[in-house]
Each structure stands twice: as C-alpha cells, then as structure tokens.
Design a protein around this ligand. Structure first.
Ligand code: GDP
Length: 462
C-alpha cells in the first residue's frame, strides 16, 4: 500500500548507515530510482557482471573510486524495488570501516548524483511506500537506542508490528460498534436499538479495558526504556558494595547507549532481569567508607526520597539498629525492596519488623549470589513490569500514548452517552473520534506535521 497523500520526490538519497565510529565495516546506503546508476559511477566490479543488470538480493565484489583514484575494495549489495527496506531501488556499498574512507566515498556518491539523506529519511521512505507503519518506524528508532534486553525485546516486537496488530483489533471492535450505530440510523423503525444498546455497551467496555491496559503498559514500559534511578542504601558493612559488584558482575555491568551516532558509555547502569537500573552515585559508594552514615541527614535522605527505586540493604547477621530503622522511615513511599543480606550467615535480624514496613523483602547473599533471582522478581514487581509482555505490543512514545489516551477519552464519552440514554448520534460522534485517534496512532491518518516530527528524531543514515 502506498501512502499517496505524500508526494514522492523521486530523488535518490545516500548516507553512511553504520555508526560514525571506527569499525570493521562501513556501509553507504543509496536509495531511490537511480540507485544502481549512481552506484555504478563510483563502483567498478571485478568481474564481467555489471551492477545495472544485477538481480535483487545479489552482490558484486569490486572497487570504489573517485576522480582521484581508488578508495577501497567494496561489496555492492543490490535490492530491486519494491523488495528493499525503503521499497525503492537500493544499493549498499560495504567497505572497510574507516570514517575517512566512508566520507570520501559518500562525497563521491553525492557528486555522482545522489542527494544527502536527511535524518531518518530511509525509514521515512519505507513508511511512505507502505513498507512499515508509523509505530514500526518509531520502534526502529527505539531498537537503535534500547538499553535493556526487555526494552530491545519490546522495540523488536513493535518493529514486527505487534502494536499495530493490537491497535487493529481494538479498532475492529470500534468499527463494529460504528456499524451497529449506522444500522440503527438507517433503519430507525426497526428494533435494532434495544439489541445494540447492550451489545454496544459490552463491546465499548472491552475496548475501554484494552486501551486502559495499553496505557498502563506505557508507564511500565518507560521503566524498561529509560532505566530506573536506583539508590542502594544501608548502614556500613551491610554489603552494599558487594551487592553492587554482584549486580555489575553478573550481566556485564556496563550498558552502552547510543545518543545519535556517538557512543556514550552510561556507567553504573546494571541490568537486573532485563531492567536497566541506573545506580546513582555508585562511585561514592565505592570510594567512601560510609556514604549513608548520616541517613536522615541532607543529601543521603534526599537521594532516597527522590529515587525511583531504593534497594535498602540490611545485614541479617546483626540485630536491627537505629540507623536501619531510620532508613526504613526515610524510604516512606518510595518503591523499595528490602535486601536482607548475608543469608549464608545465621540470622539475628528482626525479620518481622522489616517485612511489616517494606512490602518486598528478599533474602540473599551478595557474597555467593544465592537469592539473586528473588531480587529480580521483587524489583519487577515493585516497578510494575512483571505483567508486561513486550511481545504483545506496547506504546512506545509520548505521541502514541497521547493518541491512545484521546481514544480512551472518546470511548469513555461514548459509554457515558449510552448510559445516560443520549441519542445514538452522540454515541456515534464519540466512537468516530475514538477510531480517528487510533488511525493517527498507527499513522494511517497522521498529519504531515506528525510524520515529520517522528522522523526528525532519527539520525542520518537510518
Ligand atoms: P558496605 O559497607 O555496605 O558497602 O559493605 P561491603 O560490601 O563492603 O561488605 C562488608 C563486609 O561484609 C565485607 O567483608 C563483605 O565481604 C561482607 N559481606 C557482604 N555480603 C556478604 C554476604 O552475603 N555474606 C557474607 N558472609 N558476608 C558478606
């Protein structure tokens, strides 16, 4: 399906599609009607076959050059429209990864007639050519920047259209309701209203529940995407550093995130059960003997209060003391898991006191790692990510959330109108609004401004 509302420019675009960083291989992607012709002006195959006659999904080995001579060896991979990512003719030139080489080759490709691709322009063309939906395009972007395994899984599911399928099913129900309503409008003398009144309520009720669930999942999904500001608190020697090392050691502590195309290392982000935990101030945790000695004093208190998650560590081989109790008080409403550590030693601690005051309590040994999976469970349950099944499809961006919320609002209005015995006309208007918000969500009725803003957040080359 072509989204013909947007005019195609017919230009051929090119960009470096691999990260702008040293690597073993670098790719220049060329997309548009003249992709093969343009690639042929900078690529000379080593054999007799020419790029122009090359079937789709096949490759040629050769050399790339510009007016001052050979640049590098290269592989030209050919895709014929519409069987490519963008739906256009595409040639990908892979050469050795150096940035100097890639930039020189890109200049040559542009001199040979291609235009430099704008941010997200390849994905945008894929969208315009009906290759992917808007929510899928958004997941492509999420996939590039996903931090944790769960986030990557969700982005991949989005990429595979899970959200669109879920929305399509909700929309199907709404359209069914709309059909009932129009049947009534066409044949007001029939007794359809009595029947449809109840049926409508049921199906609109289902739609409301599904939209509700989708929106709840957005908040939990944010946790997966953005990570969770986490504080490990506890009095000295309870085992905070040991816990930190355990978390860091078991899943290759350092998680990288890509901002644009430069590679920033976000230190001290650990993955626990696929959830990225941003461990605040862990440098301090390691360097100072007792960062939380003065729990109840200024900064430490503030940190515990403003954290999205607190791991409150206690030493099970010791009795609870006043600073333990102070920590429990400071935690207040902050989502918290009590980590009763050193479970390999004989227990002296007052378990009941902790369990009565902190909802999730986990017994583990940071030293041996025993009980770590219980901590994963407890954290998922405190953060509300437990029920989340990323492959079912979830809302990923504020834009999607906003459209789903507007749809829910209209469905609620439709139900209210039914309840209060208003005319079916009023109900119809609300149901149509609900459908149109969903069409916006999937991009089937998105305005040019919305589409522009989605793709402007991509980097060049995607
Ligand atoms: P912090 O001051 O809270 O950071 O505590 P540390 O992580 O430095 O640990 C204090 C001491 O307790 C160290 O000697 C650790 O080896 C020990 N420790 C930490 N966790 C455990 C555990 O699970 N079992 C036992 N037996 N010892 C532990």
């Amino acid at each position: 399906m072509n989204r013909t509302i947007y005019s195609e420019t017919g230009t051929t675009i090119a960009a470096i599609s691999t990260p702008q960083a040293p690597g073993g291989i670098g790719i220049i992607r060329i997309s548009g009607p003249d992709a093969r012709k343009i690639a042929g002006r900078v690529f000379s195959p080593s054999g007799k076959k020419s790029l122009e006659e090359l079937p789709g999904y096949t490759a040629l080995y050769g050399r790339v050059f510009d007016e001052s001579g050979a640049i590098d060896e290269a592989i030209a991979l050919n895709f014929r429209a519409p069987k490519s990512f963008t739906g256009e003719n595409v040639v990908e030139l892979s050469c050795h990864g150096g940035l100097v080489i890639l930039r020189r080759l890109l200049r040559a490709v542009i001199r040979a007639g291609a235009e430099p691709a704008g941010p997200g322009e390849f994905t945008r063309r894929a969208f315009l050519n009906g290759k992917i939906g808007l929510t899928e395009a958004e997941s492509v972007m999420q996939l590039v920047s996903a931090q944790g395994e769960q986030a990557a899984k969700a982005a991949l599911a989005g990429h595979e259209g899970a959200l669109e399928r879920r929305i399509a099913s909700i929309r199907g129900k709404l359209l069914g309701a709309a059909a009932h309503l129009s049947a009534w409008a066409d044949y007001p003398e029939d007794d359809i209203p009595q029947v449809t009144g109840e049926e409508l309520k049921t199906s609109l009720g289902e739609v409301k529940a599904e939209l509700d669930a989708l929106l709840r999942g957005f908040d939990a999904g944010r946790v997966l995407r953005e990570g969770v500001d986490t504080v490990i608190a506890g009095r000295p020697n309870t085992g905070k550093s040991t816990l930190m090392n355990l978390l860091a050691g078991c899943e290759r502590s350092i998680v990288t995130s890509y901002a644009g195309t430069t590679r920033d290392i976000v230190e001290d982000t650990v993955l626990l059960g696929g959830i990225p935990l941003r461990l605040a101030d862990t440098a301090g945790l390691r360097d100072t003997a007792d960062p939380v000695e003065s729990i109840g004093v200024g900064r430490a208190r503030e940190r515990v209060r403003s954290a999205r998650l607190v791991l409150a560590v206690f030493d099970s081989s010791q009795e609870l003391d006043e600073s333990d109790r102070a920590l429990i008080r400071e935690v207040g409403d902050t989502p918290c898991v009590a980590v009763v550590n050193k479970s390999d030693l004989p227990i002296k601690i007052n378990k009941e006191y902790i369990e009565n005051n902190i909802k999730q309590t986990v017994y583990l040994s940071a030293l041996t790692g025993a009980g770590l999976s219980r901590l994963e469970d407890a954290v998922a349950s405190v953060l509300g990510t437990k029920e989340l099944e990323p492959s079912d499809g979830m809302l990923y961006t504020e834009r999607q959330r906003d459209a789903a919320a507007r749809s829910l609002q209209s469905v609620t209005e439709a139900l209210d109108a039914l309840e209060s015995g208003m005319t079916f006309d009023a109900v119809t208007v609300s149901v149509e609004d609900a459908v149109s918000a969903l069409l916006e969500l999937t991009g089937e009725r998105a305005t040019v401004a919305v589409v522009d803003s989605v793709f402007s957040r991509f980097c060049v080359g995607k």
